[in-house]
Ligand binder design. Structure first.
Ligand SMILES: Cc1cc2nc3c(=O)[nH]c(=O)nc-3n(C[C@H](O)[C@H](O)[C@H](O)COP(=O)(O)OP(=O)(O)OC[C@H]3O[C@@H](n4cnc5c(N)ncnc54)[C@H](O)[C@@H]3O)c2cc1C
Length: 319
């Protein structure tokens, strides 16, 4: 029997960490290299509510379902994992059909007129809500348990056979893939969130409409995460005070308890967006096997475990 090949995962955001875990669980010897510490990644800035929004890619639904199963399991121990199962209301200003995935979730029901305020229609459901700073720490601990080492470093030539040195390369570099692979379809979409003390809110609110300034309130224990913003083409990670103030004001219209709360933290991340997630095997002319797993836009947490299972399956097929 030939020895199982080693794998180098580039990236320690949610895509890199979950891929590394599935690869190690599948029997590979796994190492991770990352430019940034996990808490400096886009993943750490996410809200992060499970919800398969980019339904036009047919792979999103199965990836999301698999992730839902894993996150539901992790939500049994929220204080350990950072994952909670939370009931909330999703509401649309422009009347919208209820997505099929929502109707299958626990607690699903159509919202009453009294519950909707200035919105046209809406629906309640229970979904995993992920406290990303805590969750990334939990994933990091699982990497340690699986004896996966994380090294800090910038990879400049992932496709160079001398760099790969016989290993399978798993590319989970988010926006970094633009430089690493020359992918011109990848583009930054900046998002901004405001973190305030939680005044006692235990249900989420999420606006359904496709707008550049979606409003949402996500309770994470003692903290409340307020959103959001969608700025296509902007890669600068500095926060905009005007956007932060507008977020807080919009959220205060949903729940007046939010008005005037002291801001604890501004979170800014750059979503790695492209027309479709790139998850595929590439064998370079130099003979390097690369499994790409990047370009998750605004659904990277939602699809993370589904993608990680497929990364491991592709690696098994080429090992
Ligand atoms: C404000 C905001 C809210 C969001 N809300 C949600 C939500 O509610 N639900 C949801 O599912 N998703 C949400 N997202 C999207 C989600 O955060 C992303 O899709 C996801 O984090 C992408 O993860 P990733 O691991 O692929 O990339 P990243 O988190 O960006 O990680 C990339 C990794 O690659 C490393 N890297 C890059 N280039 C190199 C290199 N050359 N060499 C070495 N390492 C390199 C980086 O250091 C980093 O470790 C949100 C995003 C934002 C910004």
């Amino acid at each position: 029997m030939s020895p199982i090949r080693s794998v180098l995962v580039i990236g320690a955001g949610v895509s890199g960490m979950t891929s590394a875990i599935r690869l190690a669980e599948s029997g590979f010897a796994v190492e991770v290299i990352t430019r940034d510490d996990p808490e400096q990644t886009t993943s750490c800035a996410a809200g992060a509510l499970w919800g398969p929004y980019l339904a036009e890619d047919p792979r999103i639904a199965p990836w999301s379902e698999r992730t839902l199963t894993v996150l539901d399991e992790l939500a049994r121990e929220p204080s350990l994992t950072g994952v909670s199962s939370v009931l909330g209301l999703e509401a649309a200003r422009i009347p919208a059909p209820v997505p099929a995935w929502a109707t299958a979730l626990r607690g699903f029901r159509i919202a009453t007129r009294e519950e909707l305020g200035e919105y046209s229609n809406g629906w309640w459901y229970e979904a995993p809500l992920v406290d990303m700073p805590a969750y990334l720490k939990f994933l990091r601990a699982r990497l340690d348990d699986l004896r996966i080492t994380i090294t800090t470093g910038v990879v400049v030539s992932a496709l160079d056979p001398r760099f790969a040195a016989g290993r399978i390369i798993v590319n989970c570099t988010g926006m970094g893939a633009a430089k690493l692979t020359g992918d011109t379809e990848l583009h930054p979409v900046r998002g901004q969130l405001v973190v305030v003390p939680n005044p006692g809110i235990d249900q989420f609110f999420a606006e359904h409409d496709e707008s550049p300034d979606p409003t949402y309130l996500l309770p994470h224990g003692d903290l409340l995460v307020l959103g959001g913003s969608i700025q296509d083409g902007i890669a600068d990670k500095s926060g905009d005070p005007g956007i932060a103030a507008a977020i807080q004001e919009r959220c205060a219209r949903i729940d007046p308890r939010v008005r005037g709360l002291e801001v604890i933290e501004h979170r800014v991340g750059v979503r790695p967006a492209r027309p479709g997630i790139r998850l595929e095997h590439e064998r370079t002319p130099g003979g390097v096997d690369v499994v790409h797993n990047y370009g998750h836009g605004g659904v990277g947490v939602t699809v993370s475990w589904g993608c990680a299972y497929d990364v491991a399956a592709l690696a098994m097929a080429i090992a």
